[in-house]
Design a protein around this ligand. Structure first.
Ligand code: CTP
Ligand code: MG
Length: 373
């Protein structure tokens, strides 16, 4: 059996609104196009035909070549999806063809195999999922009826075809369909179904991309440490709260080692350098700055880099102040500033090192980030 896959990736992605073709949207360091290629490579078709945005044909050829498909063609897409499918079909040499959306980049390869197998029984086969929401018909914002859910499914891709049937159907139509199964249905071909997969969600809107980033995006962790010596005077600020019974910590800024350790853990997780390289001592605006200035600066930087903070854990290493009695307050203050849970732990050093003399406060923090839209 010679099965070709046509991967349509030539859409503009207007509803996603990134300003680049949707297939170029990045999740976990790979574009949707690259994710889709990996799923298709796992299926290992006899031939892959990629339908690319016209200005990306050469670059998509280079990217796809690396995955060593048995046979590979890349062609430019057309104005509509149906035009793009026609352009791809012109290159297809298989008896069977599976047409797949790059927008459904995470469809498991098993579904490709199910569709291919069921083509023994039908001219066209679609992956389908049951509908769990109650479906309503509406007119002018008013409900006009309830649809019988038991006879509806959600249609996905890859949609499989006997290549000759798809060619025939395309040659006979003057209408434009949003998918090719609808085209074959309109001409009386029998269309079968196999069980699709929730992982094959079509990324259409920004909310879909956010969902896909939560499910398939990467998480990154970072560590930060900091230590400052007690001064002879002043009032301690640690973890962005004031400790009136203790002297201030020395430093170019306010010496808040808890805040500084957290900042380094966040910057490290995002691969953005450290507190010194971002808010260095050569910058007069940070002289005497409070810890919360650095925390909100680090938060802005990780957001700009496409991440959001999941949580922080920070451990204070010091004989004084005693953290336990104010732990809740400290955690609440830091969590509020960062918009994510912060846990605060404390330990001493069993009489070892400068911290044993209660001469200063050290802190070590870890932060977890995940991709955001
Ligand atoms: N597609 C294509 N050529 C077109 C239109 C769509 O190859 N002229 C592809 C898209 O790249 C996508 C699939 O068809 O993989 C499904 O289309 P859709 O989700 O509508 O994607 P876009 O057309 O890119 O998005 P939008 O309609 O929001 O612009
Ligand atoms: Mg479209």
């Amino acid at each position: 059996m010679f099965t070709s896959v046509v991967l349509v990736a030539a859409g503009k992605g207007e509803r996603l609104g990134l300003g680049v073709p949707k297939a170029e949207a990045v999740i976990g360091g790979l574009s949707l196009f690259e994710h889709a290629l990996r799923a298709i490579r796992a299926f290992n078709p006899s031939q892959l035909v990629v339908v690319a945005p016209s200005n990306l044909v050469q670059s998509y050829l280079e990217v796809a070549t690396k995955l060593e498909f048995k046979s590979l063609d890349v062609v430019a897409g057309g104005e509509t999806r149906q035009d793009s499918v026609s352009n791809g079909l012109a290159k297809v040499s298989g008896d069977l063809v599976l047409v797949h959306d790059a927008a459904r980049a995470f469809m498991p390869s098993e579904v490709f195999s199910l569709v291919e197998r069921e083509l023994q029984n039908f001219d066209c086969v679609i992956p389908a999922l049951p509908v769990s929401d109650t479906l309503k018909t509406v007119s002018g914002g008013e409900v006009s009826g309830t649809v019988d859910r038991s006879t509806t499914v959600r249609s996905q891709t890859p949609q499989g075809f006997k290549a000759a049937s798809l060619r025939l159907a395309l040659s006979k139509t003057t209408s434009n369909f949003t998918d090719e199964a609808a085209l074959l249905e309109s001409q009386g071909f029998r269309v079968g179904t196999v069980l699709g997969s929730e992982l094959g969600l079509k990324v259409t809107t920004p909310a879909d991309l956010e969902w896909a980033k939560l499910r398939f995006g990467i998480a990154r962790t970072g560590i930060g440490t900091d230590a400052h010596r007690f001064a002879d005077s002043g009032t301690l600020t640690l973890g962005c709260i004031s400790w009136p019974d203790y002297p201030a910590l020395e430093g170019h800024s306010d010496g808040d080692s808890v805040a500084h350790a957290i900042v380094d853990s966040m910057l490290g997780a995002a691969g953005l350098g450290d507190i010194g390289s971002n808010f260095g001592v050569d910058r007069p605006e940070y002289s005497g700055a409070e810890g919360k200035v650095f925390l909100s600066g680090a938060l802005d930087l990780i957001h700009q880099a496409g991440f959001e903070l999941v949580n922080v854990s920070v451990q204070v290493i010091a004989d004084r102040p005693k953290i336990g009695p104010r732990r809740e307050e400290l955690q609440a203050a830091l969590s509020n500033l960062l918009g994510a849970p912060v846990s605060v732990l404390a330990t001493t050093t069993d009489g070892l090192g400068f911290l044993a003399d209660a001469a200063g406060v050290a802190a070590v923090a870890t932060a977890l980030l995940r991709e955001r839209s």
